[in-house]
Write a protein that binds this ligand. Structure first.
Ligand code: PLP
Length: 308
């Protein structure tokens, strides 16, 4: 039997500025916590490479935005930064990374509404990143298109659906992934009921076109679905777009339809832990141009790796 991956758990608690460290193998939450009974809360998932959390400010800002959408009062960013730094340092000192090439920790920030009438429960959890994500960056993934059942205007019309917030209610996203796995696929791209490309259950969709302009120069365009279509604003997409723009890429924001994916030179799903995963097939059909996909993946992965 393999031993469970080591987890460092630290609760945010005003009496412990560096976090109240707790045993992750023991029960720590009350069964009446509204995060447990209703999935009422928010979270972030970040990646620490070599002990440094990537895109920390963007994640803290998004956590604040998600909490505001739920009217949830959460600890301030300074408190989060202290506990995150302490949890990552503790994990690395208790479990020195054996392989520098795999020195990656997943750092989760979680806030639940807590027990009715009491303060929210907030914690940081650090654990080793699994090998599966690293593998998919190399091999690429097969995805299927699934209907999410909402139209692309619903986020604005019905803000209580919390579509742009990263809430703890991820059961639907996980069910979509299980559905894909049963079909032999690795991942999902959700479509709106009006046929727009939205996002993956845990990732943002990107596509690229490469064209020769009239003067013979190569124009590279990186495109993502428009943010107001009820998707989560990806911190990875935001950071990569800034880096790609600085490197001379043109940028575009949807609306996108499935045929835009099929006609692209390359498609990726991007997220903080798996990073840039090239999409090989959609609904069984090969997409993109393999040599172009390979070249663009290498270029964008390099730009993304340089981001802190
Ligand atoms: N969209 C959804 C629904 C997600 O859950 C995630 C991340 O988990 C993303 C997009 C990508 O966000 P990020 O790049 O900030 O990890």
């Amino acid at each position: 039997m393999t031993s469970p991956a080591p987890v460092v758990l630290a609760f945010l608690d005003p009496a412990f500025p560096d976090g109240r460290v707790a045993d992750a193998t023991q029960p720590q939450l009350l069964v009446t916590d509204l995060g447990v009974t209703r999935g009422d809360g928010v979270f972030e998932t970040m990646l620490a490479v070599g002990g440094t959390v990537r895109k920390m400010q963007a994640h803290l800002d998004r956590l604040g935005g998600s909490a505001a959408a739920l009217d949830l009062a959460i600890p301030d960013q300074e408190a989060w930064r202290r506990v995150i730094a302490a949890a990552v340092a503790r994990h690395r000192s208790e479990n020195p990374p054996a392989d520098p090439a795999a020195d990656e920790l997943v750092v989760k920030l979680v806030v639940t509404r807590g027990v009715e009438g009491e303060a929210p429960t907030a914690w940081v959890q650090a654990s080793p990143a699994g090998a599966a994500g690293r593998r998919q960056r190399e091999t690429g993934i097969d995805v299927i298109l699934l209907d999410r059942g909402y139209d692309s205007d619903v986020a604005e019309r019905a803000p209580w659906l919390l579509l742009g917030a990263k809430t703890l209610s991820y059961a639907v996203n996980m069910a979509a992934l299980r559905h894909a796995h049963k079909q032999g696929a690795d991942d999902v791209i959700f479509l709106s009921s009006d046929g727009r490309v939205l996002e993956g259950p845990t990732s943002t969709v990107l596509l690229a076109h490469v064209e020769k302009s009239d003067d013979g120069t190569t124009v590279k365009r990186l495109i993502t679905p428009q943010l107001d279509s009820g998707i989560l604003a990806g911190t990875s997409q935001g950071a990569l777009f800034a880096a790609a723009k600085a490197a001379g890429w043109e940028l575009g924001y949807g609306p996108l339809e499935p045929r835009d994916l099929m006609d692209a030179d390359a498609v990726w799903l991007i997220s903080s832990v798996r990073l840039l995963a090239p999409v090989n097939r959609i609904d069984g059909k090969e997409i993109g141009t393999p040599s172009v996909q390979k070249e663009l993946t290498a270029e964008l992965s390099g730009l993304f790796a340089a981001i802190h």
